[in-house]
Design a protein around this ligand. Structure first.
Ligand code: SR1
Ligand code: MG
Length: 407
């Protein structure tokens, strides 16, 4: 096989691909085996192991349609975007992304470090593990990849060139539909709401004209505010962790969009872990998550401000008061996106296991707490200026549920 024409590989073909094209990564003598280990919504992830040395690599291949549903036809070029962005992010935030070894534009695949000694963060949090470095690492990642790709730091023409290179219309369309539109109307009839919460969602979400208006405003900001090179899908399923290491993976949704899109995704997914721990009555873990929710945003704010002073040289951006104005808009977007992500993972097509793994009454309760908090995050988004504000809102949503349900 020469792999000169594109096709989606199976395990055996991926092992042959590695033998033919990637032998240089394994030394003189090797015996390769391969297993497809992906559980994401879009791509195929092949783990190739040399049974002689034990050395392993990952080949990530994108197909012409999403794995979750043929309805999503997507250019495999997303793999190029992912490869180029991982290289760029490795420069901006060293040590916080996997190393990439190569990209094949014919087979639409990228070869990268095998992070099997790490665990996907969502799964690890669902096993009630804690990660003391996480808030520090993720705030570094966000400040360095986001602020440093804005035009308050980059020369304006350099930034515009990057915007051009990372136009990502098909993946952005998924986000526009699944995150910003469908959870608030179900107009494409693709939503997937837990049966026992359907009436609640109709009453509090679909019937709210105010919510529809505010999410429409957020949607057009997402589409038109080419602020920084955002990861675009920064949930806990896109983060690998172990005790002393954090690695952000999967930047295929990346494009120039609002900084708050990434920060809000991190906040919302920590909140999912928090309701999951609460549902399992894991007091200590829940407390760690509360500290982490607060710390993540507060460290982001602190480091963003310090990095601004260090890196911003643009004439207008240095005007006194502009940093505070800019950061306030980022924080407002962050709260709005936190609310959107909380809604879409409960109402929309793509769910999260933190919630779907819960059964019966426990799931009903967890979903309503998240959705009540989400409504506040969206409608009152200019009121969320520090980490504590997030916790107060979620604790209030929990108390409200208890009051209304005689708990
Ligand atoms: C059709 S893709 C559904 C979701 O999976 C990805 O991870 C993104 O979060 C997307 O919205
Ligand atoms: Mg992904």
């Amino acid at each position: 096989m020469k792999f000169t024409t594109y096709f989606t590989m199976n395990e055996e073909e991926a092992a042959m691909y590695a033998s033919e094209k990637l032998g240089y990564l394994f030394g003189d003598e090797f015996h390769l085996t391969c297993k497809e280990i992906g559980d994401g919504n879009l791509n195929y992830i092949f783990r190739v192991v040399d049974e002689i040395s034990g050395h392993s690599i990952i080949i990530k291949q994108s197909g012409p349609v999403a794995r979750i549903s043929d309805e999503f036809k997507l250019s495999p070029d997303r793999n190029r975007i992912e490869y180029e962005i991982l290289k760029l992010e490795d420069k901006l935030a060293p040590g916080l992304v996997p190393k990439v070894y190569g990209y094949d534009s014919m087979m639409n695949c990228t070869v990268m470090d095998d992070l099997s000694d790490h665990q996907i963060m969502r799964k690890a949090l669902m096993e009630f593990k804690t990660f003391p470095r996480f808030a520090q690492d993720i705030s570094d990642f966000m400040v360095n990849t986001l602020l440093l790709t804005t035009d308050v730091v980059l020369e304006h023409k350099v930034k515009k060139d990057l915007v051009k290179n990372f136009i990502n219309p098909e993946l952005c369309e998924i986000t526009e539909d699944l995150v910003y539109t469908e959870p608030f109307s179900d107009y494409k009839h693709r939503n997937d709401v837990f049966e026992r919460n359907k009436d609640w969602v109709s009453e509090h979400i679909y019937n709210s004209v105010e919510l529809r208006l505010e999410t429409a405003k957020l949607k057009f900001e997402f589409m038109n505010h080419a602020q920084a090179l955002v990861h675009g899908d920064l949930h806990t399923g896109s983060i690998f962790v172990k005790e002393d290491s954090t690695k952000v993976i999967d930047p295929e949704f990346a494009f120039f969009g609002p900084i708050g899109y990434d920060v809000g995704n991190v906040m919302a997914n920590l909140i999912f872990a928090w309701v999951h721990s609460d549902a399992h009555q894991q007091g200590e873990h829940k407390q760690w998550l509360e500290d982490t929710i607060v710390e993540t945003l507060d460290l982001f704010i602190e480091k963003f401000s310090l990095a601004w002073d260090r890196h911003v040289s643009e004439f207008s951006a240095k005007t006194p008061g502009f940093k505070e104005y800019y950061l306030a808009t980022v924080l407002r977007d962050t709260a709005g996106v936190t609310g959107l992500e909380l809604c879409r993972r409960i109402i929309g097509l793509a769910h999260v296991k933190d919630i779907t793994s819960l059964g019966g009454n426990v799931r009903v309760r967890a979903e309503r707490i998240c959705l009540s908090g989400a409504i506040d995050f969206i409608l009152k988004r200019d009121k969320f200026t520090c980490g504590e504000d997030y916790l107060i809102t979620m604790q209030a949503a929990m108390s409200k549920f208890a009051r209304e349900n005689d708990e």
